[in-house]
Each structure stands twice: as structure tokens, then as C-alpha cells.
Design a protein around this ligand. Structure first.
Ligand code: TYD
Length: 143
């Protein structure tokens, strides 16, 4: 398995191993192997009502990988110049998002469960929750 994206700033899909048996499937991931950072935090998003819009933020330094552990949803990632959409619908496929990427998450199917892994402990100071502030920070960093 190769990581074909920039593991600091890029985004892309990660395929996790699947161990199949007549009794079901098992998927796993390890820090710095399947996940391109040391995992500091995990979280779940569930019981999402129809037409919910989640995300709507970027992280200044933290990296994350999210999975559709059940059901499906759409993630649109924007680096301030270009937007890319991904449908997540498989527990063995994660979406890696490096730092400074705006993400909008919507179109959750009923009973969808989103699992997230992050490189840092929860820190509201790492969030940028205003689009104009995000674009301004991107411009400053690229200046
Ligand atoms: P947020 O990251 O904005 O969720 P989403 O991107 O799914 O819309 O988090 C929603 C709320 O939950 C916000 O008040 C922060 C809080 N939160 C924590 O306290 N710890 C965590 O690990 C996460 C991910 C969120």
C-alpha cells in the first residue's frame, strides 16, 4: 500500500487491509503505517438528521482520516483554490485530509456513522470556522 499524496497538506483516499473469513470481515489501521500520522484522538459522528451540513471548518495543523463506518456521506475538500468531492461508503476506505483544508460534509444516508482519527487532541484553537478567515490564512501562508 503506497501513500500517493502529500502527507502534510494533501488529501486522498486510503485503502485499509480487509481480512475476510466465512464469519465476516475485519479491517484495521495502525499509526504511521496505514494512517500517515500518530493517532492522538478518535471520534464518531452518528444519529445525523437528514439534510445536515457538518464540517464547515479547516484545521490549522491537525491531520485527520475519516471513514464511513456505516452508510454513506459526501465530503468536499477545498484548499482555498480548488474543491474536490469524495463519497465515502466503505469501512475500509478512509479519506486523509492534511492541514489547512476546508471540509464540508453532507448528504448523510440514514443511520450513517462517520469515524474520525486525528493527529492531535481536541483543540478549538486549531479550528478555522470562518471561510473568509480560512482564505486569508491560506493567502498569508502562500505569500
Ligand atoms: P466539529 O469538529 O465541528 O464536528 P463536525 O465537523 O462533524 O461538524 O465538532 C462539533 C462539536 O463537537 C464542537 O463543539 C467541538 C466538539 N468536539 C469535541 O469536543 N471533541 C472532538 O474530538 C470533536 C471532533 C468535536
Amino acid at each position: 500500500m503506497g501513500l500517493i499524496f502529500d502527507s502534510i497538506t494533501g488529501h486522498g483516499l486510503i485503502e485499509l487491509p480487509v481480512i475476510s473469513s466465512p464469519f465476516g470481515k475485519l479491517t484495521f489501521c495502525e499509526s504511521n503505517r496505514h494512517i500517515p500520522f500518530e493517532i492522538a484522538r478518535s471520534y464518531l459522528v452518528y444519529d445525523v438528521p437528514d439534510s445536515s451540513e457538518r464540517g464547515g471548518h479547516a484545521h490549522r495543523y491537525q491531520m485527520s482520516v475519516i471513514f464511513a463506518m456505516h452508510g454513506r456521506f459526501r465530503v468536499t475538500v477545498n484548499d482555498g483554490r480548488k474543491a474536490t468531492s469524495y463519497w465515502l461508503d466503505s469501512p475500509h476506505q478512509g479519506l486523509y485530509m492534511g492541514k489547512m483544508l476546508w471540509r464540508d460534509i453532507n448528504s448523510y444516508s440514514g443511520s450513517a456513522v462517520c469515524g474520525g482519527l486525528s493527529s492531535g487532541h481536541y483543540d478549538e484553537g486549531d479550528y478555522i470556522r470562518d471561510w473568509d478567515s480560512f482564505v486569508a490564512e491560506v493567502r498569508t501562508r502562500n505569500a
